[in-house]
Design a protein around this ligand. Structure first.
Ligand code: PRX
Length: 610
């Protein structure tokens, strides 16, 4: 079915959008101008994200404006003005200095969405430390891997998260020197420090030292194909793109009340849940609680949210909840809704139009791109199912890879409606600068000046881009990008499992969920008890967002002659799709799913969407 284009209802635009004429803006745009529109550190001392997001507002007309309105799980509310935020982050920067943490060293954050998370992130950036926020629902294994690869020097966390997830792996993290506990008023675990006490003793005044725009600011880990997560490195210059894209793609304007539902443990929650809104000086809502239909509508209504950035899984959950929870509510403040992270089905776009009088504006980007690349804009028509068009300053191409690793090239597709790999012309400010310690892998992402996304797409004759799928085995579940190898490695760490092959299978709510096929050691029986144990084992180590929803025991896994598990074939068989080229298939594979397939206790669909 093709979905009709949605033209904008001028009455619901409420005010003129930032981008009135896409073509005109695009033609006249350059990144140098966007950079010049920012403040920069005083006396030409460079560019620092925390200065743009906090200090310059604290020193200006916005000082007393609420920067963050925090809504606690237990209905407590805390407003933090830009002035207060400058003081609190100044204290945090001074704490790092007093601890002897050097610029460039890594500060990991393992916290729920509590004020300390935002204070620590921005305070560390002031100190020119490099921040790496982690999702608090991760299990110990993803935490250990990330802190090891990132050589975390400082960890900011809560007492509970520390005791449950870090204390047991601390001896495997030799570079971790300081653990700062945000809720240590009733005592802190051995080997940790009470952050509140340190903040109270520190001065609120902090002058940001000269910061080169190319200085590292953030490391965001993303799933890797080899089982090890990759640390995508971003620099302070990225704030140029965060600001410009927040203006163009989210249409953020001066007096907006903005709510980004993503957790800062994922890139969306940092780029657009901390940096862009604050750099643009709006008031942002932070909700500590997880998804809840009533609560979300109440926040939209009572907080008078005007711009809302969320995820397809969340939209589908709201759709499923029906009209009743929305009935009688005053949602008239809402003027723009955007979503990201996974395919947004056309029905969801249209549902937005019915439910709010506003379509959902899909946009596209990746951890590596640091900021939004392709978007449906406030003033433009929306073609349901399309990701929109490239933002000003972004050139997107549909390409075909040519040559090989020794002579890599691309052929750019000019014809409309042809499937190819989505590529972006390298050089925008928030582009990742490397993968931590993996320069070769980084270099392999680029060909002929294009960054290759690994996503398949097509462009229609009017320049709108349509997502078609990934070109690799990655799984997108509730917006979380999951590398199958990471899951396979954990499953095979279980005493009963010989081999594991992991794929994504379609799910109406989460887009995809993780399904694992495992083979067991001879003599081991796939009893209910073993299956429960296996699910629990995976969930404990990986966390519920990453652990498999279903585990099937099979006699053998299809492999190439060189011994690689053929996930493509597992998937084709699971879904009853054509099996494609089997010329590299080794021997006689078992039939996946045939012997014993059982769902786990709960899956990613019940998790908060990222
Ligand atoms: O496959 C694309 C999908 O999410 C991937 C990036 O995931 P991650 O690095 O976790 O970044 C999430 C923050 C944006 C992409 O390679 N993806 C992202 N946006 C869309 C999407 N797939 C379809 N439609 C989108 N709008």
């Amino acid at each position: 079915m093709t979905w009709p284009t949605i033209d904008k209802d001028p009455a619901r635009l409420l005010r003129p959008p930032n981008v009135a004429d896409y073509d005109e803006l695009r033609a006249g745009f350059c990144w140098e101008d966007a950079r010049a529109a920012l403040d920069g550190l005083p006396n030409g001392a460079g560019l620092n994200i925390a200065h743009e997001a906090v200090d310059r507002h604290a020193a200006g007309a916005r000082a007393e404006q609420t920067a963050i309105r925090w809504l606690g799980k237990h209905d407590d509310v805390r407003d933090i003005s830009y002035r207060e935020l400058a003081e609190l982050t100044g204290r945090f920067a001074n704490v790092l200095e007093d601890l002897g943490v050097a610029a460039g060293e890594r500060v990991f954050l393992l916290l729920g969405r509590v004020p300390s998370l935002y204070i620590a992130a921005l305070g560390a950036l002031k100190h020119r430390a490099v921040i790496s926020p982690m999702f608090s629902a991760f299990g110990p294994e993803p935490i250990r891997q990330r802190m090891e690869i990132g050589e975390g020097r400082v960890l900011v966390t809560s007492r509970r998260l520390y005791e449950r997830k870090v204390a047991g792996i601390r001896d495997q993290l030799p570079s971790l020197k300081h653990v700062l506990i945000v809720d240590g008023e009733d005592g802190t675990p051995p080997g940790t420090l009470d952050l509140e006490a340190l903040l109270a003793d520190a001065s609120p005044d902090h002058t940001i030292a000269p910061t080169d725009p190319e200085d590292r600011a953030l490391v965001h880990f993303t799933s890797g194909t080899t089982g090890q997560p990759k640390g995508a490195v971003h620099v302070h210059e990225a704030v140029v793109a965060h600001t410009a894209t927040g203006r163009f793609a989210l249409d953020l304007q001066d007096d907006d009340i903005y709510w980004c539902t993503a957790d800062p443990g994922w890139v969306t929650g940092t780029s657009y849940g901390i940096i862009a809104p604050l750099a643009l000086g709006v008031t942002m809502i932070v909700d500590e609680a997880e998804y809840d239909t009533e609560r979300w509508y109440t926040i939209l209504e009572e907080q008078r949210v005007s711009v809302w950035y969320t995820a397809p899984t969340a939209i589908r959950m709201l759709m499923k909840a029906g009209d009743e929870p929305r009935a009688g509510r005053d949602l008239s403040a809402l003027r723009f809704i955007a979503s990201v992270g996974e395919p947004l089905n056309p029905a969801a776009v249209v549902w937005g139009q019915e439910a709010f009088g506003l379509p959902i504006h899909d946009n596209y980007w990746q951890t590596e791109t640091g900021g939004i690349m392709i978007a449906n804009l406030a003033a433009s028509e929306v073609r349901p199912g399309s990701m929109g068009r490239p933002l000003p300053g972004i050139e997107a191409g549909i390409v075909h890879r040519t040559g090989d690793d020794d002579d890599p090239g691309v052929e750019v597709e000019d014809a409309p409606d042809v499937e190819g790999e989505l590529a972006l012309r390298a050089g925008w400010p928030s582009m990742f600068r490397t993968y931590l310690d993996q320069d070769v892998r980084y270099a392999r992402c680029f060909r002929d000046g294009w960054y290759l996304t690994g996503d398949l797409a097509r462009r229609d004759a009017d320049g709108f881009l349509w997502f078609l799928g990934r070109s690799d085995d990655f799984i997108k579940s509730a917006g979380h990008l999951i590398g199958p190898t990471e899951v396979e490695a954990t499953l095979t760490a279980h005493d009963a499992v010989v081999e594991a092959g992991v794929i994504g299978i379609p799910d109406p709510m989460a887009g995809e969920v993780v399904k694992a096929f495992v083979t067991l050691y001879p003599g081991v029986e796939a009893t209910d008890e073993l299956m429960r144990d296996l699910h629990g084992f995976a969930r404990k180590r990986l966390g519920p967002a990453v652990a498999p929803r279903e585990i099937a025991v099979v006699d053998s896994l299809p492999k190439t002659r060189s011994g690689k598990i053929m996930r493509r074939l597992l998937k084709a068989r699971e879904l009853g799709l054509p099996e494609g080229d089997l010329s590299t298939l080794e021997g006689e594979p078992g039939t996946p799913g045939a012997s014993d397939s059982r769902p786990g206790p709960a899956g990613p669909a019940e998790e908060a969407p990222s």
